[in-house]
Ligand binder design. Structure first.
Ligand code: URA
Length: 413
């Protein structure tokens, strides 16, 4: 029955209104283990299943999403520089969450749409290619995701798990590292839900014969300081130059070490982290970034001259309304600010402004004096900047005492 639904919804014989009824029933009632696995496999089989076996051990990585998440931009060249092939398909942002494909497009000339053959050829030649999903990769997910978005049925463990895992299975890697985010900027706002989602995806992956490594990580405030496409590429380049934000570097090392262990390049986390740091320190990862940008149509010059990336015409400092410690940042609201500035899509067809976004100056736990800068808005439109500033200030909360530090990693499966 599940296969029948997926086949006929993908080919258009089942209508959106019929599918919406089923999706909402799943959203309300959940699914059992077998149903989720069957749904995932039917969605994966709705299009091509890539065969990457000629590339050797390929380790894929996927995050359940968040704000300021530029991990792939750094991790992919590091991993490729350590001789694990990276053949990765990344999504575009939708709503307030960012997508790696959009971030890459802020590099002038970079082409995220390659034919499957060229994609695999690039991986063979330079060890890495990053593109956006091909049209025929899990097409059922594309339709169901858009439908879920339009009927507000996105946040559901069976639907998220099947959506992500169908794409991972179809994109061909047999070892998968997942970053399941939890907090105010993630789909999972409660720790127990993040663990349940992680367990679910691990079970599906194992049932489909994939080797799974999963971390449950913090997304209660933006990752790093930059939010917005070109701004995040700049921060990624800074990180590959060894001057990345602490939280962000910690997450890159944690996920990267699991990828090296899965790819049989390291025995344990400590030795893997050493290799990852070395790849940053000796410049290999930065050179790999330059190489794959060139292979995909860019000049690569932004890697040594990030000031050549698109820049907004206005930089507006947002002063703190009071003194105190930052006790909380409502992370999804920061994503909305970037969207209001023009950095995200309101609908799937919106054209985004790659240059806009936010550069945070203060994060949770920092002390701020009244009038000191909390963030700089990068904007091209005064009115949009005004709306974003108002929203931004509502996302910050203050306290007289320093709040306890949240861990970056909450668990591992
Ligand atoms: N990412 C996906 O690909 N699908 C979801 O449902 C949520 C996050």
């Amino acid at each position: 029955q599940i296969e029948y639904f997926i086949t006929n919804y993908t080919n258009g014989d089942i209508t959106d209104y019929q599918a919406a009824a089923l999706i909402m029933a799943i959203y309300i009632n959940g699914m059992d283990e077998d149903e989720i696995t069957d749904l995932t496999l039917a969605m994966a089989n709705s299009g091509d299943i890539l065969n990457l076996s000629e590339l050797g051990i390929v380790v894929d990585k996927h995050s359940t999403g968040g704000i300021g998440d530029k991990v792939t931009l750094i991790l992919a060249p590091i991993i490729a520089s350590l001789r694990i092939p990276v053949a990765k398909m990344s999504g575009r942002g939708l709503g307030y969450t960012g997508g790696t494909a959009d971030k890459l497009e802020s590099i002038p000339g970079y082409n995220v749409v390659l034919e499957e053959k060229e994609f695999i050829q690039n991986v063979k030649e330079i060890g890495i290619s990053l593109i956006t999903q091909t049209a025929n990769l899990a097409p059922a997910d594309k339709k169901i995701y858009a439908l879920r978005d339009s009927i507000n049925c996105v946040v559901s463990i069976p639907l998220i798990a099947s959506s992500i895992m169908s794409k991972k299975i179809a994109s061909g890697a047999d070892k998968i590292v997942l970053d399941v985010t939890y907090g105010s900027g993630a789909f999972m706002k409660r720790e127990e839900d993040a663990f349940a989602l992680a367990e679910e995806m691990v079970t599906i992956g194992k049932n489909a014969g994939r080797q799974m490594h999963t971390l449950i990580t913090d997304m209660d405030q933006p990752l790093g300081y930059a939010i917005g496409n070109a701004l995040e590429v700049k921060e990624a380049i800074a990180t590959l130059n060894g001057s990345g934000p602490e939280d962000f570097t910690e997450l890159v090392l944690a996920l990267g070490s699991r990828m090296l262990i899965a790819g049989k390049k390291a025995e344990d986390v400590a030795s893997a982290e050493k290799m990852l740091r070395q790849s940053i320190q000796n410049g290999d990862a930065l050179r790999k970034l330059e190489a794959f940008v060139k292979a995909q149509g860019g000049t690569g010059e932004e890697v040594s001259h990030p000031e050549k990336l698109p820049a907004a015409s206005m930089q507006i400092a947002v002063p703190s309304p009071q003194s105190g410690y930052i006790s909380h940042i409502q992370c999804d609201e920061i994503g909305v600010c970037s969207l209001l500035l023009g950095g995200g899509r309101e609908t799937k067809d919106s054209v985004i402004d790659l240059s806009v976004g936010l550069e945070l100056k203060k994060k949770v736990g920092d002390y701020v004096e009244k009038g000191e800068t909390l963030a700089v808005l990068h904007a091209n439109d005064q009115e949009k900047a005004g709306q974003a500033e108002e929203r931004f200030l509502r996302a910050y909360r203050f306290s007289e005492t320093q709040p306890p530090k949240r861990p970056m990693i909450f668990g591992e499966i």
